[in-house]
Design a protein around this ligand. Structure first.
Ligand code: XMP
Length: 507
């Protein structure tokens, strides 16, 4: 197993995901664990992540890591930390280097087991403020970028460092680097695969839930909770609760009924809580207030409906990225950007046992599990939809009439994307209703109606995202339909912001 130590970089979990997708089992652990706690897990190698912090500001790894005796690869902050520990010098750059850069393999690099398989020059993704200005005395420079160090190796101590991020999609040869580290340097065998994991998981659940009559779980129509319910239904009875908070899309519930119809062990119950949510949210504009209120009420509605003491096992669709994100926030690592509403929200009642079988898996792994479980692929390829639903796509004030406009626009947009084969060409696409009204002319009349934004992004994991390049010719007829058919909208704009600096959702 490889340990990926997290120092708060937005990309940490990608490192583990990339490794697993190549068959190397890896785990993310909090970066401030002591070297002895890490050694106790008997890793075959350690990767130090990047960080928003600088070396020497109180967030450094335990220096004793260097004496554990397994190979270490430092990335970005991890690279700077290793360089400094080994006698090199790190300095703050005059400007932050952010974006794609070219690196060149040096003479020493051609013989180095980490980088030797790279092309002579290759694109990498940089995101750093500090730089290594002097390499450690015995280190070899293996990669350079514009005449400056970009990677070093200290083979005698089995230590490597890279200034850039091999884990992100924008470093096209990054997977070669991770594979070389795992396979050639740490001697890991690439034998981890999901089919074997699923068999093992079902066996474990069968033992764990042997005497359990039924498991209760909340379902949203999204991929995670659908896979969760179906997985559990192969082991015991599942009472699946769908809370309708009033911010759902026109087709969410219908989809869910269609999927669950194939799995007789799942009993679906729909809780209509629309009025309860409106009572708390009518007129609310602040994004965090929307998110927190919806999260809190969701939990309450769920708990009220199932009734205290009436169930013993509660299943949650927590996946690995949720676990890591909340741990990072708890450790003061990654900056808190938004309150996501499905992260460990349910009240902890000692008598209720939590069942979280998807905890070890990343999103795309959950999708693959869904395929193995026989779930329709159109459901598994649904774009992600946030827990707070249309409420955070109705930018600004929440009002029933604005949500209705948005819901109609969303349904038309969805229908058009599918009809034009555009849905699967983008990772996530949606419309957001803007809190501005603009002047238009419809027929011979002046109109003064809402503007609607179309957002479409390409991503692998939502950590970074590019704007999907739909052509104007493809978008024009969709925009025309939105303006013509949705009363209350007279203008459509296309969002051209990548993540970062934007986020995918507007709120
Ligand atoms: P952002 O806007 O943070 O979104 O770039 C990243 C991804 O997460 C989805 N998202 C959520 N998912 N509960 C969820 O289950 C939430 O509260 C939530 N907020 C955002 C978003 O749609 C995108 O795919």
């Amino acid at each position: 197993m490889l340990c990926v130590l997290d120092y708060g970089s937005q990309y940490t979990q990608l490192i583990a995901r990339r490794l697993r997708s190549q068959g190397f089992f890896s785990e993310v652990l909090p970066g401030r664990l002591s070297a002895s706690a890490i050694a106790a897990r008997r890793p075959s190698g350690i990767i130090l992540s990047g960080s928003p912090h600088s070396v020497g500001t109180g967030f450094d790894p335990d220096p004793a890591l260097l004496s554990i005796g397994v190979p270490i690869l430092g990335l970005c902050f991890g690279y700077q930390f290793l360089a400094q520990q080994l006698g090199g010098r790190v300095a703050q750059s005059t400007h932050r280097e952010y974006g794609a850069a070219q690196v060149r393999k040096t003479q020493a690099g051609k013989l180095d087991p980490l980088v030797n398989r790279l092309s002579p020059t290759t694109q990498v993704w940089m995101s750093h403020g500090d730089s290594v200005v002097e390499l450690p005395p015995d280190a070899q420079l293996v990669l350079e970028s514009a005449g400056k160090p970009a990677g070093f190796a200290l083979p005698s101590r089995r230590i490597w460092g890279l200034q850039f991020h091999p884990e992100v999609y924008h470093t096209p040869e990054g997977k070669l680097l991770l594979e070389s580290f795992a396979r050639d340097i740490c001697k890991q065998t690439p034998n981890w695969n999901l089919r074997a994991e699923l068999t093992e998981l079902k066996d474990k659940l069968r033992t764990e839930l042997a005497d359990v009559r039924e498991v209760v779980c909340a379902v949203s129509g999204g991929v995670d909770s659908t896979v969760l319910a179906v997985l559990l239904s192969q082991v015991c009875k599942v009472r699946a609760l769908f809370v309708d908070h009033g911010f759902l899309r026109a087709y969410d519930l219908a989809n869910l009924r269609r999927v669950f119809a194939n799995f007789p062990n799942i009993q679906l119950e729909v809780v209509d809580a629309k009025e309860r949510f409106w009572a708390a949210l009518d007129g609310v504009s602040d994004p965090e207030q929307k998110r927190l209120t919806i999260g809190r009420l969701f939990v309450k509605t769920f708990a009220d409906h199932v009734g205290e003491g009436r169930f013993t096992h509660l299943a949650q669709g927590t996946i690995y990225s949720d676990v890591i994100e909340s741990a990072a926030v708890a450790h003061g690592g990654a900056a808190h950007i938004k309150s996501h509403h499905n992260v460990g929200g349910f009240p902890q009642d000692a008598r209720v046992q939590l069942v979280e079988p998807l905890r070890p898996f990343f999103k795309d792994e959950v999708r693959e599990l869904g395929v193995l479980l026989g779930i329709d692929s159109d459901i598994l390829h649904l774009h992600p939809f946030p827990g707070p639903g249309l409420a955070i796509r109705c930018i600004g004030e929440l009002r029933r009439d604005r949500i209705e406009i948005l819901r109609r626009a969303d349904a038309i947009f969805y229908e058009e994307l599918i009809r034009r084969d555009m849905y699967l060409r983008t990772w996530q696409a949606f419309v957001a209703l803007l809190p501005v009204r603009t002047v238009g002319v419809m027929g011979d009349q002046r109109s003064y109606e809402h503007a609607l934004a179309i957002r479409a992004v390409s991503s692998v994991d939502a950590m970074t995202a590019d704007v999907t390049e739909f052509s104007i010719a493809e978008l024009l007829p969709i925009a025309a339909r939105l303006v013509n058919e949705v009363r209350g909208i007279n203008r459509v704009v296309y969002d051209l912001t990548t993540k970062p600096p934007g986020t995918i959702e507007w709120e």
